[in-house]
Write a protein that binds this ligand. Structure first.
Ligand code: NDP
Length: 360
């Protein structure tokens, strides 16, 4: 039997946490042969509810679950963890300004970064879910310098899965028949769901989605808006934010990262930009990635002269190393470029706001 993997879940008494812990304990995240130990962290006011979750986990007698720690002590929760799923965050309440929520959350991520850096296993893989997810991940990276930057990611897989779901519904096929959509940028309403490289399986093989769906207008407007606003639509219907789909996407994200993506398939992950596609290095931005041997790599890009020039200007060293391995890649048209730039701009603004919150 394999050694257990220790998984931290922050905000574990919340609603995503409640959906996520049984999925992990059933092997949906790391595999049916992988025993796990769960470290559940929440804040003092949620301690009793957290203990309730622990009681239900005990009552489920999950065969793969080899230990449960439920605690409100950050240091204890981070001790020896191999995987950290960060759900804990301050929710936006009525009347709160964007800056107020940002200020609460960056302070939380700064403190948790220090604890992870100090107590987690040196190769711990981190997934940030709590909003603003990309910027929380950036703060975590800045305050946990001992964690390799490639080990910090944020969740855009739910948006990716929502895009697959919308296309599958429209085409009346299974979600597994559609692949290689891309979510670019921020996990917010400026994200850009891109179908230009997506394909669908047909009886005549894989065909580009744009060839099968002739209604260009639907793809360029309604489809994008539906994916961007799906979170709000769920809240309207359920009177609560999405939880089971968010938990399922977190499992997909970690499973593909650790166990690898399928050949010929990429997924979307929020990762620290290396300058690919002209996105400012250091920003946490969602890209198409493939994963192998526990490492993600950005699906490499367009070799159009203008893109090569842009890469050169932004990051000469990256340009040289990327150009060797990328002779074929994803072509970015003008429509995509403007949407990719707009979501990048929002991330730069969030970064400025986050840093100003930390300085005041
Ligand atoms: P949820 O479990 O519903 O959500 C957790 C976080 O995930 C929220 O920040 C939420 O952002 C975010 N999120 C990201 N993507 C999605 C998505 N697609 N759908 C839904 N949520 C998404 O929140 P709860 O309030 O139920 O639970 C949060 C827990 O965190 C609580 O148990 C609370 O006690 C704890 N907490 C911890 C703090 C700390 O560590 N210091 C501080 C405050 C709370 P959004 O709000 O934008 O939906």
């Amino acid at each position: 039997e394999k050694e257990p993997v220790t998984i931290l879940i922050t905000g574990a008494a919340g609603q995503i946490g409640y959906a996520l812990v049984p999925m992990i304990a059933r092997g949906i995240m790391l595999g049916q042969d992988q025993p796990v130990i769960l470290h559940l962290l929440d804040i003092e006011p949620a301690a009793e509810a957290l203990n309730g979750v622990k009681m239900e986990l005990i009552d489920s007698a999950f065969p793969l679950l080899k230990g449960i720690l439920a605690t409100t002590d950050v240091a204890e929760a981070c001790e020896g963890v191999d995987v950290a799923i960060m759900l804990g965050g301050f929710p936006r309440k009525d009347g709160m300004e964007r800056k107020d929520v940002m200020s609460k959350n960056v302070a939380i991520y700064k403190a948790q970064a220090s604890a992870l850096g100090q107590y987690a296993s040196p190769n711990c893989k981190v997934l940030v879910v709590a909003n603003p997810a990309n910027t929380n991940a950036l703060i975590l990276k800045e305050f946990a310098p001992s964690i390799p930057e490639k080990n910090i990611t944020c969740l855009t897989r739910l948006d990716h899965n929502r895009a697959l779901g919308q296309l599958a519904e429209r085409l009346n096929v299974f979600a597994t028949d559609v692949k290689n959509v891309i979510i670019w940028g921020n996990h917010s309403s400026t994200q850009y769901p891109d179908v230009n490289h997506a394909t669908v399986s047909t009886c005549r093989g894989q065909k580009p989605v744009r060839q099968i769906i002739a209604d260009k207008n639907w793809l360029d407007t309604e489809f994008i808006a539906t994916v961007q606003q799906r979170g709000a639509a769920i809240i309207k219907a359920r009177k609560l934010s999405s939880a089971l789909s968010a938990a399922s996407a977190a499992c997909d994200h970690m499973r593909d990262w650790v166990l690898g993506t399928r050949k010929g398939t990429w997924v979307s992950m929020g990762v620290c930009s290396d300058g690919s596609y002209g996105i400012e290095p250091g920003l946490f931005y969602s890209f198409p990635v493939t994963c192998a041997k526990g490492q993600w790599s950005i699906v490499q890009g367009d070799c159009a002269p203008s893109t090569i020039f842009m890469w050169c200007m932004i990051n000469l060293r990256n340009f040289i190393s990327s150009s060797i391995v990328t002779m074929a890649g994803l072509k970015i048209d003008e429509f995509s470029r403007s949407k990719m730039d707009a979501t990048e701009e929002e991330l730069k603004l969030e970064r400025t706001l986050a840093r100003s919150c930390l300085n005041t």
